[in-house]
Design a protein around this ligand. Sequence first.
Ligand code: NAD
Ligand code: G6P
Ligand code: MN
Length: 443
Amino acid sequence: MKQKFSVVIAGGGSTYTPEIILMLLDNLDKLPLRCIKLYDNDEDRQNKLAKACEIIVKEKDPDIEFVATTDPQTAYTDVDFCLAHIRVGQLPMREMDEKISLKHGVVGQETCGPGGIAYGMRSIAGVLENIDYMEKYSPNCWMLNYSNPAAIVAEATRRLRPNSRVINICDMPIGLENSYAQILGFKDRKEMDIRYFGLNHFGWYTSIKDKDGNELLPKLIEHQLKYGNCPENEAEGNYTDDSWMETARKVKDLVRLDPTTTPNSYLQYYLYGDDMVAHSDPNYTRANQVMDGREKRVFGECARIAEVGTAKDTTLEIGIHASFIVDLATALAFNTHERMLLIVENNGAIENFPDDAMVEIPCIVGKDSYEPLSIGKIPTFQKGLMEQQVAVEKLVVDAWIEHSYLKLWQALTLSKTVPSANVAKALLDDLIEANKGYWPELK
Ligand code: NAD
Ligand code: G6P
Ligand code: MN
């Protein structure tokens, strides 16, 4: 019989927790489980989900132990995998990041530009704290970390916890590849073999082949030049809401800049920042949409499940995006040698890019290890953009470590989303004020 595993979900109160649990329970044949724990440092928030999650687990398999706790020792003792998705400062701080940026006429976004920088300054301590608990109570545990902003968090873990068993990942490639599969007529994204390089939320696909080795990228790009990442009939697209649909449309403009690769749609915030600002409502941002949408829907449904005592007729859905978490855990546990995009230290994989940059590239994942694939040389346009962005991410981590006002001002000034050092300074002063108690005090 296959070994059974124990997992802890850090950030148990996240709106993504129920769909991840459903996804884990749907894959017990691949990754058998004996225990699922939720851990959060906000008991009230986690309690909005915990009862429903317990019911979901018990109805699927009563032999799986379920624990919801705010005690790190209980959470992290005897666990094999930690699935980490914490949001330090929660959604109200995301709202601040987005609104402060827009007030200065700059892109207001969760992980890109000043919003991502501010969020990075909050996240680092929270993620390190969870890594330390993991190493103390379950030193052989792997943390699959998708707490954002993943690029900055990855650089911080590289520097500050270089030997810990943490893998930083993002679900964006799954969403993008699902849309490519639909456009190209595949049932499953795994029917394609892809090549990709970049940073997190900042990269390009350079090849998409079918299993016979036929290159399909030119065909995909031809479609994208007309429709972006939407299918010809937009209504058939599987976008969760209008905001993601607009992002998919915008790919039409992004591919024009280099019609030999296809971009991660997050590049819209760097390459068409002016359009993004023009289309944002500074009084009602994405954080507001999420709080009024996903958060209300998920918490409401969890309250209903807890009240009726069953999840049999639930509207909660398996997080298909989250399937990469099961794939990754399965690969580490059972040596599947799955090829996956991970955020890893470059170390020569991209030949003409610094060794110590955290890049997002395909890796082969096997028993307790992963091996990055070699990418070779990348073109000047992408290299230039990436060098600028990776410098921003490194300066943020420098600023956090050294408590340096200057380094953070430099980071904001260097961000492609910010027009000048003046704007960067005004932004920084507002962000410092809003983040009191979350950021180290800057000197
Ligand atoms: P959320 O605010 O709904 O949930 C996050 C939870 O983390 C909250 O309950 C909060 O109390 C908890 N938390 C904060 N600090 C903590 C700490 N130090 N220890 C334990 N718990 C802590 O957020 P959400 O919208 O569900 O998103 C969760 C995270 O997942 C965010 O970082 C988001 O950006 C990220 N995310 C990443 C990807 C990816 O592809 N990398 C995809 C989706 C979401
Ligand atoms: C994608 C990204 C995540 C990000 C999320 C935000 O899944 O990969 O890193 O957190 O989108 O989505 P939202 O719907 O909260 O704006
Ligand atoms: Mn992501």
